[in-house]
Design a binder for this molecule. Structure first.
Ligand SMILES: N[C@@H](CCC(=O)N[C@@H](CS)C(=O)NCC(=O)O)C(=O)O
Length: 204
């Protein structure tokens, strides 16, 4: 059994969305998102920095991992039968990796800091400049996605891939936190992703 330890609307969406796309059976285990629980020994044993999500795979033994992008890659490599990613070692796969890593390491990071700073320092005026700077970084990333997507349906071209799952979660954050919303160049792509039944299941 695959179990995603998850808080609704957070990065576990990526693993759930992928399981839905692949038709993999999985369970969702709700996690108490309070700082107290996340800093407990119990939770830190699963995620050493107290974040969500965590994936457990008991199909063979008992395997536990954190980092949503790594989960996506693990699930694809172990259960995907070549679906939703180009062949490893090809330039197409390099671009698949590029957009997957970009989605979390470069694009989601400033948006995540907006969330973290606003939560940790509510009402603190000094945070305004930090949040504005993070949002401007997020905006540059959203525009980069718009330029790359052009008229193609998905980030790698005609075929939906797990890189769209990685980016889709981050676009959900960007739509929520960028005051002006997503650039017009990105909006049709985001709508296309958000309309997928597997995505809708992951956020329901
Ligand atoms: N790079 C990590 C980021 C995990 C992360 O930041 N999770 C958020 C929820 S989406 C969280 O637990 N935030 C709590 C905190 O950072 O205090 C991943 O992709 O799994």
């Amino acid at each position: 059994m695959l179990t995603v330890y998850h808080v609704p609307g957070t990065r576990g969406v990526r693993a759930i969305w992928l399981c839905e796309e692949l038709g993999l059976p999985y369970a969702v285990e709700p996690v108490d998102f309070s700082p107290e629980f996340r800093s407990s020994d119990q939770w830190r044993a699963l995620n050493p920095v107290g974040k969500v999500p965590v994936l457990r795979d008991t199909n063979k033994g008992d395997f536990v991992m954190f980092e949503s992008g790594a989960m996506v890659q693990y699930l694809l490599d172990r259960y995907g039968n070549g679906q939703l990613q180009p062949l490893a070692g090809t330039p197409e796969h390099a671009l698949y990796l590029q957009w997957s890593w970009f989605a979390e390491a470069t694009f989601a990071r400033p948006l995540g800091e907006v969330v973290n700073h606003s939560r940790e320092f509510p009402g603190d005026q000094k945070i305004g400049a930090v949040v504005a700077e993070m949002l401007s970084r997020g905006r540059v990333c959203a525009e980069a996605v718009g330029t790359a997507i052009g008229d193609q349906p998905f980030i790698l071209g005609d075929n939906f891939s797990a890189a769209d799952i990685m980016l889709g979660y981050t676009l959900m954050l960007a739509e929520r936190f960028l005051p002006e919303g997503l650039p017009a160049t990105v909006e049709p792509y985001w709508q296309r992703l958000a309309a997928r039944p597997a995505f809708q299941k992951s956020v329901s």
